[in-house]
Design a protein around this ligand. Sequence first.
Ligand SMILES: Cc1ncc(COP(=O)(O)O)c(C=O)c1O
Length: 452
Amino acid sequence: MSLNKAPKNHVFYRNQNWNYPKIEKGEGIYLFDEDGNKYIDGCSGSAVANIGHGNKEVAEFTKDHMERIAFTHLSRWTVDSIEKCAEKVAEWAPGDLNHVYFVSGGSESTETAVKMARQYFVERDGNKTTKWKVISKWNSFHGNTLGSLSMTGITGRRKIYDPMLINFPKIPQFYHYRNPWGCETIEESSIKAAEALEAEIIRQGPDNIAAFITEPVVGSAAPGVHPDKIYFKMVREICDKYDVLLIVDEVMAGFGRTGKKFAIEHFDIVPDIVTCAKGMSCGYTPMGAAIASEKIFNTIMVEGSGHFVHGHTYAGNPLSCGIAHKVIEIMEREGYVENAEKQGNYLMEKLQKLYEYPIVGQIRGKGLMIGIEFVKDQVTKEPFDTSVALKNKVMVNCLDKGLVIYPGGGSADGVRGDHILIAPPVNITAKEIDLLFDALEAGIKKTCEEVL
Ligand SMILES: Cc1ncc(COP(=O)(O)O)c(C=O)c1O
């Protein structure tokens, strides 16, 4: 697999130095390219294709729906598929998160949540409210549009756009492996990370803070990283104490990926707003949502103006809603959430063997959302220099073995730090996990031989 072949066509790709294999079809956990090569989609694109590729039931539903209706604008009309999808999403969402505001992707969902939080305080306290800032974290990802990038904490993605971003405050991530407090246990570092939120609210002034946003299990910024349960208990209490809304970003972790319907269920609290996308429609069509609690909905829509000052053309696209509803129905019927937990545990057990390879620093995750962080030294946790491009080496070596994984960087200090996300479709079988593991081990072994 060559890294240095510029594609010759009119597509403005993300990376001109990557030789993009042309995919002809997908089936279950597999992708097939035009040369007949077969790949295990070990990251579901980017934790998107949760029920796998080529689902006939989704395809038949789509054809039928398309023949009936092209598009209706949500400002004028409602459609059965939109109402049924909202009902199902509300049923899946924890607690009183009952009101589904549809969008078309993850960045739109996080920006929507922030605007919802701001309007909540305007409706409740009037235009005089000073609550607008959103606290977020380093080593986080909430999207690439300017508003969502303002919350994102991956410095590499922010750097060149910095002058254009909103100056939202950032606090440390619950990143036990590299916790800045020298804590020995995950419980201690989770407490410190939660205390950092309280300190920042006080520093900024609670009257200026509208919301705190966090992933429940971190995605591309530090894949698989999650806190002890105490973190979310404390964060919920802190948010309530200072009148700050809690937004949980489930764009990657939601809809079964971690072995629960929503990952926040692992932590037994209910946020004020949940954002989601990706696995919601499994990538068969773009989809996303911000799911609001009764308190938020009632304040804006029942007791307040009754009009959320927001909206996108494709918000509540009837086909996307129908597909998301179908995907969730399939997940429920086939027990894929439970399968994500079962196969995730099985894979995690097997992955422990990889610590034999001296470049493997930490393996962590929940369900089928697993991250592996690579280091130059397992004891000091020193990351590789960026010139080694370790994450790309692992990715290419795995691809050569027929496995697609999702590489990322910057986890150690914003610049250095290599990691991969493993997030296969949640309908994967134990036999397929074995194949995935063998290819992964071979890819990591080869990388080890190349760099050490
Ligand atoms: C946690 C999280 N939030 C937001 C986003 C942004 O989603 P999108 O790329 O659909 O805009 C992502 C994308 O990876 C994500 O993982």
